[in-house]
Structures are given as C-alpha cells and as structure tokens.
Design a binder for this molecule. Structure first.
Ligand SMILES: N[C@@H](CC/C=C/[B-](O)(O)O)C(=O)O
Ligand SMILES: [Mn+2]
Ligand SMILES: [Mn+2]
Ligand SMILES: [Mn+2]
Length: 292
C-alpha cells in the first residue's frame, strides 16, 4: 500500500512467501482528487478511502477465520485493519509493538502525519478528545483502552503521554522492557488484556519498534529499540497463544536506506513475521514428517 500520509513515498509491502497463504493481492489505492490538507493533516481523504478498502478486506479475511496479514504502507493502515477486524471479532485485543504511541489526534499531531494518529480513530475513550476528519466518516471507534497494550515505546509526544495517563492504557516502554525483561513484559501484557486467554489478538507491528541496527529502512527510526531476539520472543509468545487473528506489518520503506540497510530491514522483518506465523528458534517439525 503506497504511503500517502507523509511526503516520503515508497513505503511498500514486503515480498515474501509463507506456507499456506491466500494472497488477496494489492489493494488498488488511488489518490482522491483535490485532497486538501485539513489543518496540517495531509491527504486525509486519500488515506481515509484507502483505509476503508483495508477495513473491508480485513473484515472479509477474518470472517473466513483466516489470519489477516496486512503489509503496509505506513501505520495509518491500522485504522482500517483494526476497524475491519473488529467487524468480525468485536472482542479483539490489540498489542501495539512500536517506538511510537500513534495516539495523536488531528488536533494534537505535531506533524499532521496520519501514521502518528491511527489509535485515536479506533479507541472509544478518545472520542471526546478528537475531531471528525474528512474521509474518515465511515470509522466508528471499536476498541476499549483497557484492551490495548503498548510494547517498545521510546518516542512519545506530550499529548500522547497525557492521553495514555488519562485513559490508563497499559504501556511497556523500552524502560520497562529493560527493567522487567521481555519475558516478564509479555506475561504481564497478555495477563492484563486477556486474563482468561480467550480473546482474538490483533498484533500491530511497526518495524521501527526494532532498533535501527536491525531496521534502518523506516521513516521514523529511534535508537534503543528491540533486538531481533526480543522481537522473536514477542512473536513466538503471540504465536504460542494460537489466537493471533490479525497482524499488521508496517513502515518498511526501502527508499530510506542504502542497499545494505534495505536488505537488513527486509531480512529482520521477514524473520520476525515468520515467527508470528509459527517459526520457532528451537526448530519446527511439519505435519506428517517422520524421522528418517
Ligand atoms: N509522534 C510523531 C511520530 C509518529 C510516528 C508514527 B509511526 O509509529 O507510525 O512510525 C507524529 O505524530 O508525527
Ligand atoms: Mn507506528
Ligand atoms: Mn513507529
Ligand atoms: Mn511511520
């Protein structure tokens, strides 16, 4: 999905293949003519229309009881993927793995980039702090703040921190990852949002959650991020629940790095995603395999 939420174009999907997947293809996302900024929010109608298409596709896939893998594109795509997912799984929980909270509203955003705002469109308790945006008339908030957890934060705007405090959103920044370790963070995170271990999981993975050493080709890299090992651990724990229902993988931007940086980023991303889909560092044995 071509990125329309910020001047840098080129945030594209990642070419890779996985076992038994149904490739639903690229969404045909055309820009809306005369898409004037709203305040400083760029391309609202184009991003809104694109997300409406994402929502319809994710709703269709998850209604088929398939895991919807949404390859961004930038993180604004999570507006459509979470809304669409909630149409078939209204009791979903969201695990947001990111250096950023992406909780700005069109009024609080310092940049006007919608990739910094997706959660403000879908969290019910954010309604009183935000405003309607042309192109997003179709979105209804569908997620309760108590059903969301952040992991990996290290670049949070003041308004976002105030919203997190106000809404009491569970948050494991890199400080907590360092303090408790990723094993403890995952245990606490899942126990709090899904104590009975029964709810469908929407995992929204922004590759800038990884340390830039592992994912340099991204729009907003921030030092001091997750190692690949920590990301594998998150992925293996989520896969181990058997309740992953939707995975967003966003913000790979091949245009923003050297050839080597691009390859490093794609390798890290493909590897982490394959762990979300069951690859384990201890090794895997496929069904029907018999020792020789
Ligand atoms: N908070 C900043 C940065 C947003 C970063 C978005 B990302 O997490 O999707 O990369 C903003 O609102 O502009
Ligand atoms: Mn993000
Ligand atoms: Mn980010
Ligand atoms: Mn971004």
């Amino acid at each position: 999905m071509e990125s329309k939420k910020k001047p840098q174009v080129g945030v594209v999907g990642i070419p890779f293949s996985l076992g038994q997947v149904t490739d639903y293809g690229d969404l045909n996302l055309e820009a809306v003519a005369d898409d004037k900024p709203w305040n400083k929010v760029k391309n609202p109608r184009s991003v809104g229309l694109a997300n409406k298409k994402v929502a319809e596709m994710v709703a269709k896939i998850t209604k088929n009881r398939q895991i919807a893998l949404t390859l961004g594109g930038d993180h604004s795509v999570a507006i459509g993927s979470i809304y669409g997912h909630a149409q078939s799984c209204p009791n979903l929980v969201v695990v947001w793995v990111d250096a950023h909270a992406d909780l700005n509203t069109p009024l609080s955003s310092p940049s006007g980039n919608i990739h910094g705002m997706p959660l403000s469109f879908v969290i019910k308790e954010m309604k009183k702090y935000t405003t309607a945006l042309p192109g997003f008339e179709w979105v209804q908030p569908c997620l309760s703040a108590k059903d969301l957890v952040f992991i990996g934060l290290r670049d949070v705007d003041e308004a976002e921190r105030a919203f997190i405090n106000e809404l009491g959103i569970q948050c494991y920044s890199m400080q907590e990852v360092d303090k408790y370790g990723i094993q403890n963070v995952m245990e606490r995170a899942l126990r709090t949002i899904d104590p009975n271990g029964v709810r469908p999981i929407h995992l929204s993975f922004d590759v800038d959650a990884l340390d830039p050493a592992y994912a340099p080709a991204t729009g907003t890299p921030v030092h001091g991020g997750l190692t690949r090992r920590e990301a594998y651990y998150i992925a293996e724990e989520i896969a181990g629940t058997g309740r992953l229902s939707c995975l967003d993988t966003v913000e790979v931007n091949p245009l923003l790095s050297t050839d080597e940086g691009r390859q490093v980023t794609i390798n890290s991303t493909v590897d982490v995603v394959s762990h979300f889909f069951g690859k384990r560092r201890e090794g895997n044995v496929s069904d029907g395999y018999r020792v020789p």
